[in-house]
Ligand binder design. Structure first.
Ligand code: COA
Length: 165
């Protein structure tokens, strides 16, 4: 896997411990990771793309990933165009439950169809993050619940600040 550059795309609104687990596991295999933070997303985001990039950078810095190149880059437009611009071919996505499969399968199919040089690899979410989702974390924070099991302290602070402003 020497010199293979891979892309981990997402909305990361916000990054959770589930995403962090996938990032660590990607870095255990690949030397160069680009975390692609989507600007154009069908979801209405709570945090701006710049804030999400900043949050992901902070999360990565807390992971202490040695001998690895990890970049955090915002992108807009088609993901496959971004992949090509970065000189990469491989997308990585985390898979949580069977319910993710259909959406992920369709997305990987569409991406490959648009750009046949782009392939998607899937990493199964670990047992602790199987049920985490950014949406539920936001809902929990909105209702004043404890979210520290699901996100890092800096993200929890951003979420509580958002709901208390
Ligand atoms: N553990 C726990 N939860 C996880 C997880 C893991 N390992 N991996 C993902 N999740 C959760 C996230 O918290 C998020 O939850 P939410 O739906 O409640 O917000 C959800 O799974 C998926 O979010 P994320 O990982 O951020 O990805 P996404 O599905 O929002 O990303 C893009 C989609 C950005 C990759 C896609 O919209 C895209 O490529 N857009 C660009 C435009 C384009 O090319 N479109 C054509 C595609 S065919």
């Amino acid at each position: 896997m020497n010199n293979v550059k891979v892309i981990y795309p997402g909305t990361f609104d916000p990054i959770t411990k589930g995403h962090a687990d996938i990032i660590k596991r990607i870095c255990a295999i690949f030397p160069h990771l680009i975390i692609a933070v989507a600007e154009d997303t069908p979801k209405t985001t709570m945090f701006s793309v710049l804030k999400r990039v900043e949050q992901v950078m902070k999360e990565v810095s807390l992971m202490g990933l040695q001998n690895r190149t990890v970049e955090v880059v915002p992108f807009s437009g088609l993901l496959v165009d971004f992949v090509e611009q970065q000189g990469a071919h491989l997308l990585i996505r985390g898979l949580r439950a069977a319910s993710d499969f259909e959406y992920e399968f369709q997305m990987s199919y569409m991406n490959h169809k648009i750009k046949p040089s782009v392939e998607t690899f899937f990493i199964p979410a670990n047992e602790n993050s199987h049920f985490i989702s950014s949406r539920f974390v936001k809902e929990l924070a909105r209702l004043g619940g404890d979210i520290e099991n699901f996100v890092s302290t800096h993200i929890a602070k951003d979420l509580y600040a958002h709901f208390n402003s």
